[in-house]
Write a protein that binds this ligand. Structure first.
Ligand SMILES: [Fe+2]
Length: 339
């Protein structure tokens, strides 16, 4: 049984709005298109909160993007959502807000962890009681989903806005042997852990990500993503995050290529092989006086070298002739006169 998870799309009513430099509408469409193309046989799409960025117009946008899907779209609210408005806006097929849904041997239980007016989360007494009842009723395997993280993410600022009553949540989870996994959004980063026999999953946003392990708020340069779950009949879970680079994705600055390393200087006194300077330098600087005086480095003189050797063989003083040729070259920039 295959489930796709997207989270924290932070949609606005307008398509051209951005959150932390990412066009949330474009980015969500890109991630969803990739996910559905890669896993066409999925059973449900899970959306774990922050569907909108404090803009109820974003729910209509989500309807526009997902209403043609033939599979259930299972939604839970996040701290940027208004749970009542969300339930009202997403009341028709294929959407389901909170509650629970069975898929063969599995049951997906969706919790509302929103604490009104706060960024951090809390599951109220009624919702905790419902969780207990859902797990009691489940005779197969359970995957529990909420928006806020119920374990530390080793990030000081994020761990201050997690699930405030995580101990109460875990007390209920621990009292049922059928919970195989707990999944959340909110942290905008990937996490794959374990608490006893329960797998723990955090999923990156379909927009901008937060830097893992950071002391203070920091945006990460990683691209949008979705998560795929394969829920096996024996209760095992196979899961992986899929990063989607594409339209709307933040683009980290490309690393600059390292400048070419100059050749090591020859040892003092040694005559290593002569290397012509790179073409750009030759055009910019022209032949230097030193290289010309040394003989053989100027292209014209180099071509004339065999002729100089021929003169030397005939007993003509090469030094005089060569000096004369060098002087002419320097003054007139002409080739050696014909013999
Ligand atoms: Fe979020």
């Amino acid at each position: 049984m295959h489930i796709l998870q997207i989270t924290d799309p932070h949609l606005h009513g307008r398509a051209d709005r951005q959150v932390r430099g990412v066009s949330t509408d474009t980015s969500l469409r890109s991630v969803l298109g990739t996910a559905l193309a890669q896993f066409p046989d999925y059973e449900a799409l899970l959306v774990t909160g922050d569907l909108v960025q404090d803009d109820s117009g974003g729910y209509a946008r989500l309807r526009g993007i997902c209403s043609s899907l033939r599979k259930p779209v299972l939604c839970i609210p996040g701290n940027h959502d208004d749970p009542a408005t969300m339930a009202r806006e997403l009341c028709a097929q294929p959407f389901q807000v909170c509650g629970a849904r069975g898929f063969g041997a599995w049951r997906v239980v969706m919790l509302d962890s929103c604490d009104p007016g706060k960024v951090g989360g809390r599951i109220d007494a009624a919702e905790l009681a419902r969780l207990d009842e859902e797990l009691e009723r489940c005779d197969g395997h359970a995957l529990v989903c909420l928006h806020h993280h119920p374990v530390a993410m080793n990030s000081r600022w994020l761990d201050g806005i997690g699930l405030a009553n995580a101990a109460e949540f875990w007390r209920i989870i621990d009292s049922h042997a059928n919970v195989r996994g707990v999944s959340w959004g909110h942290v905008h980063q990937a996490f794959d852990g374990r608490r006893g026999g329960v797998r723990l999953f955090a999923t990156p946003s379909t927009g901008a990500q937060f830097a893992p392990g950071s002391e203070h708020f920091a945006v990460d340069g990683r691209p949008p993503a979705f998560r795929h779950y394969e829920l096996l009949p024996d209760g095992h879970i196979l899961s992986r995050v899929h990063w989607v680079a594409g339209p709307g994705a933040p683009r980290p600055a490309a690393p600059r290529p390292a400048p070419p390393r100059p050749p090591p200087p020859p040892p003092a006194g040694a005559r290593g092989p002569r290397r012509p300077p790179p073409p750009a330098r030759r055009r910019a600087e022209g032949p230097s006086r030193a290289s010309t005086a040394a003989g053989g480095r100027h292209p014209c003189l180099h071509l004339r070298e065999p002729r100089l050797l021929h003169r030397r063989e005939q007993g003509i003083q090469p030094r005089t002739r060569r000096r004369a040729s060098l002087d002419r070259t320097a003054q007139q920039r002409t080739v050696f006169p014909a013999d």
